[in-house]
Design a protein around this ligand. Structure first.
Ligand code: GLU
Length: 427
C-alpha cells in the first residue's frame, strides 16, 4: 500500500492556531501567485527548530526549568533574523509563526536576511533581575550552536530589552573568547548598538501611517489615534504622532487603559509610567478597558501589544479608517475579511512594524564594519526603505485588487521564490 507523502507530515508540533493563521496567510499569497507546488512546500514548514530546557537557580535556591525555542523559518536570502520573546504564552507554534512573519518582513524591506524567532516560556515580570540574567545567559548558552553573526541574529521582542541583548552578547562573547557585537541587535549604544534602534519600530509605524494618510487624502494634524499597548513600540508611536500634531485619544497597557477625546499628554503619561510602572492612576483622562479601547471611533487604530486582538467577535465593531498593525499578528484571518468588507485600510504587521528589523540590519552592518553612522543618516535611510516598501505594496494592492496584507505577502514570496530558483535545490 502506498502512502501519500502528506500523511507522514499530518501533525507537526508547531501546527497551532497561530501557526495555522500564518500558514493560511501564506497560502492565500501562494494561490494568488499560482506558486509551483514544489516551491510552496518549501515555505510551509520552518527550516529548523531547536527546543531547549533551561535550568535556572532561583533566588530562593530552588531550581526551575524553563522551556525555550529558536526557530529558523527560511534562510534563502541570508542569515536568519528575529527577536526573542519572554512571555508565559510562548510555544513552539507561536515562535514558528513569528519566524515565518520575519521571513516575509525581511524580504519585503529588501534586507539580506531570512526569518527566525525565539522565546522562553516565562513571566519576566515575576523574575528578579538576577534570575532574568541567569535565564538569559543559560538560554544563550543552550542555543549557542544555533546562532551567530553569519547564522542567525537575535533581537528584542515582547518581554526582552536592551539589557537582555547585552547579556546575550556578553555570554556569546565569553564562549568565543572575544567581543562579538554583531551577534545580537537592539543592544545598548555603548556596546555597539545603533542610534535610533529603540525608536525605530515606532518610527516605521508612523511612516506607514503617514503614507496611508497621503493615499487616503487625510491631513495628519488633529487626527484621532488609539493605541493598544504602551511598551517600546506603543510609546514611541504615540510620542512621534503626538509631536506631529495628532490627537492620541486612548492608550492602554496590560492592566488598563485611559481615554481623553481632547488628546492625551503623551510625555506626561510616559513620566507617570516611569514612576508607577502602569498607566493606572494617570489623571489626564477616563479609564477604559482594553476591549472597549479597540472599538473606539477614531482615524487610526494601532494595536501594539499581543497577537489575536481583532477577531471575528469584535471586527464588526472596529471603527477606524486606518488599522496600523504595530504588533505581530494582531488580526485573525476571519477578522481580516470583515475589516476588508468594511473598507478599512489595513497596514499589515510585516510592513507596519518592519522599521525595527530595518534598523537592526543597520546595527548589524555597523557592527560588522566597525563604522558607526549618525542618527540622521539612520532615520533617513529608514524612512526611504519603509516608504519604498509601502509604495511597492500599495502598487500591487491596487493593480491586483487585493488588500495590503496579501499584496505584501505576494511581494515577499515572489522575491524569495526567485532567489530559491536562482540558487537551485541542493543536492
Ligand atoms: N522583534 C522585532 C520584530 O518582530 C524585531 C526583530 C529584529 O530586529 O530582528 O520585528
Amino acid at each position: 500500500m502506498s502512502h501519500h507523502p502528506s500523511e507522514h507530515r499530518s501533525n507537526p508540533e508547531y501546527y497551532t492556531p497561530i501557526y495555522n493563521m500564518a500558514l493560511a496567510q501564506f497560502e492565500q499569497a501562494a494561490d494568488k501567485l499560482n506558486l509551483d507546488p514544489n516551491l510552496r512546500k518549501r515555505f510551509t514548514d520552518p527550516k529548523r527548530a531547536l527546543m531547549v530546557n533551561i535550568p535556572i537557580r532561583m533566588d530562593d535556591k530552588r531550581v526551575e526549568v524553563f522551556h525555550g525555542y529558536r526557530v529558523h523559518h527560511d534562510t534563502t536570502l541570508g542569515p536568519s533574523k528575529g527577536g526573542i520573546r519572554f512571555h508565559p504564552d510562548v510555544t513552539l507554534g507561536e515562535v514558528s509563526a513569528l519566524a515565518m512573519w520575519m521571513t516575509w518582513k525581511c524580504a519585503l524591506m529588501g534586507l539580506p536576511f531570512g526569518g527566525a524567532k525565539g522565546g522562553v516560556r516565562c513571566d519576566p515580570h515575576a523574575l528578579s533581575r538576577n534570575e532574568l540574567q541567569r535565564l538569559t545567559r543559560r538560554f544563550t548558552a543552550e542555543i549557542i550552536q544555533f546562532i551567530g553573526p553569519e547564522i542567525d541574529v537575535p533581537a528584542p521582542d515582547i518581554g526582552t530589552n536592551e539589557q537582555v541583548m547585552a547579556w546575550m552578547m556578553d555570554t556569546y562573547s565569553q564562549f568565543k573568547g572575544y567581543s562579538i557585537q554583531e551577534i545580537v541587535t537592539g543592544k545598548p549604544v555603548n556596546i555597539g548598538g545603533s542610534l535610533g534602534r529603540i525608536e525605530a519600530t515606532g518610527r516605521g509605524v508612523v511612516y506607514c501611517i503617514l503614507e496611508a494618510m497621503r493615499h487616503l487624502n487625510m491631513q495628519p494634524e488633529g487626527r484621532s489615534i488609539v493605541i493598544q499597548g504602551f511598551g517600546n513600540v506603543g510609546y514611541h508611536t504615540a510620542h512621534i504622532l503626538h509631536k506631529k500634531g495628532c490627537r492620541i485619544i486612548a492608550v492602554s497597557d496590560i492592566k488598563s487603559g485611559i481615554c481623553n477625546g481632547k488628546g492625551i499628554n503623551v510625555p506626561a503619561l510616559r513620566q507617570h509610567v516611569e514612576k508607577h510602572k502602569y498607566i493606572e492612576g494617570f489623571p489626564g483622562g477616563d479609564e477604559i478597558s482594553n476591549a472597549d479601547l479597540l472599538e473606539l471611533s477614531c482615524d487610526v487604530l494601532v494595536p501594539a501589544a499581543l497577537s489575536g486582538q481583532i477577531t471575528h467577535e469584535n471586527a464588526d465593531r472596529i471603527s477606524c479608517k486606518i488599522l496600523a498593525e504595530a504588533a505581530n499578528g494582531p488580526t485573525t484571518l476571519d477578522a481580516d475579511k470583515i475589516l476588508q468588507d468594511k473598507g478599512l485600510f489595513v497596514i499589515p504587521d510585516v510592513l507596519a512594524n518592519a522599521g525595527g528589523v530595518t534598523v537592526s540590519y543597520f546595527e548589524w552592518v555597523q557592527g560588522l564594519q566597525n563604522f558607526f553612522w549618525k542618527e540622521e543618516e539612520i532615520n533617513e535611510r529608514l524612512h526611504d526603505i519603509v516608504t519604498v516598501a509601502f509604495q511597492n505594496v500599495l502598487r500591487i494592492a491596487l493593480s491586483e485588487k487585493v488588500d495590503m496584507r496579501l499584496a505584501a505577502l505576494m511581494l515577499s514570496v515572489r522575491k524569495i521564490t526567485e532567489a530559491k530558483l536562482a540558487r537551485g535545490l541542493f543536492p
